[in-house]
Design a protein around this ligand. Structure first.
Ligand SMILES: NC(=O)c1ccc[n+]([C@@H]2O[C@H](COP(=O)([O-])OP(=O)(O)OC[C@H]3O[C@@H](n4cnc5c(N)ncnc54)[C@H](OP(=O)(O)O)[C@@H]3O)[C@@H](O)[C@H]2O)c1
Length: 279
């Protein structure tokens, strides 16, 4: 039995589907079972990472846990992460595959870094996955693409190694089901960098429409970004990261291909897979 948090999210939903397809039993953590759409055969259980003790009853008989962290506020995380790690340790220290973030390398005080340290301090076996940006982040442009065929955003020349959410899920399932990845940290990226302006062009190609990029100053999106991300400080960090990727493209690693034995999927492939979301 595997326990999956974030089971209704972009990555967790695919972790669940892949585990089920491989014949495993899955217990999915959701906050509201009446809203959760899960594949047949998945047991939905209610818990909330805001109160780590709510996970405890669902950990019995669990072989491994897929853990996401939904908070971007380091203060909230500092308050919650030790209790979460204690709950996991008290349940016999199952393997934990933690979906962290590559930004941990630049910011050791980020919320993901705090969770990583809490897990390591309890010596929980498992794997840390540090993806760069998710390709799904570009779904935030879908309304503008549908309405006008124009994306107005800063830093069109920022080169990102966005990753397909299903590649993250495939790596996560490898790490959940094998001890070969225990106590390893992987940086998961797409196979190449693609500028933001080029991402928009590739989305247009996938949906068979001309979609145009229009560079705007950061202040044009700052308030909207802060609201969407739930944190002005986090939005500021995102803007600074994009600005830096104009001069210094985001890193590309081969961790996905080494683990899966096939290359990570391109952004063009991701756009084709998600054409219906933009049309
Ligand atoms: N987007 C990026 O570029 C990026 C990069 C690096 C790392 N990450 C990490 O990846 C994680 C997963 O991203 P995603 O795109 O797969 O997720 P998502 O589609 O944004 O969905 C969020 C998931 O988190 C769950 N959740 C939210 N608050 C929760 C809480 N208090 N307790 C338990 N579950 C809660 C939601 O479940 P409900 O059904 O209960 O709402 C949902 O399943 C992010 O949280 C982030 O930490 C993201």
């Amino acid at each position: 039995m595997f326990l999956v948090t974030g089971a209704t999210g972009n990555v967790g939903r695919r972790v669940v589907a892949r585990l089920i397809a491989a014949g495993h039993d899955v217990r999915a953590i959701v906050r509201d079972p009446s809203r959760a759409e899960l594949p047949a055969g998945v047991a939905a259980v209610t818990a909330d990472l805001a109160d780590p003790a709510t996970l405890r009853p669902h950990l019995d008989g669990i072989r491994a846990v897929f853990l996401i962290w939904p908070y971007v506020d380091p203060a909230v995380t500092v308050a919650l992460a030790p209790a979460l790690a204690d709950v996991l340790a008290s349940a016999g220290s199952p393997r934990v595959v933690f979906l962290s973030a590559a930004s941990v390398e630049a910011d050791p005080n980020s919320c993901w870094a705090v969770v990583e340290r809490a897990l390591i301090e309890r010596d929980l076996p498992g794997t840390v996955l540090r993806p760069t940006g998710f390709a799904t982040n570009t779904l935030g442009w879908a309304d503008a693409i549908r309405a006008e065929g124009v994306v107005r955003w800063p830093h069109g020349a920022a080169a990102r190694s966005l990753i397909h959410e299903d590649d993250i899920a495939a790596v996560a399932v490898e790490a959940l089901t094998s001890d070969q990845h225990d106590r390893r940290t992987y940086v998961l990226t797409g196979p190449e960098t693609v500028t933001q302006a080029e991402q928009v062009r590739l989305i247009g190609a996938a949906i068979g429409r001309d979609v145009r990029w229009e560079d705007v100053p950061p202040q044009a999106i700052r308030p909207m970004l802060a609201e969407a991300m739930g944190s002005p400080a986090f939005a500021e960090m995102a803007l600074a990261a994009w600005a830096s990727m104009v001069e210094k493209p985001e890193q590309v690693t081969d961790d996905v291909s080494v683990i899966l034995g096939r290359p990570a999927r391109t952004f063009a492939r991701w756009a084709a897979d998600h054409a219906a979301d933009f049309a």
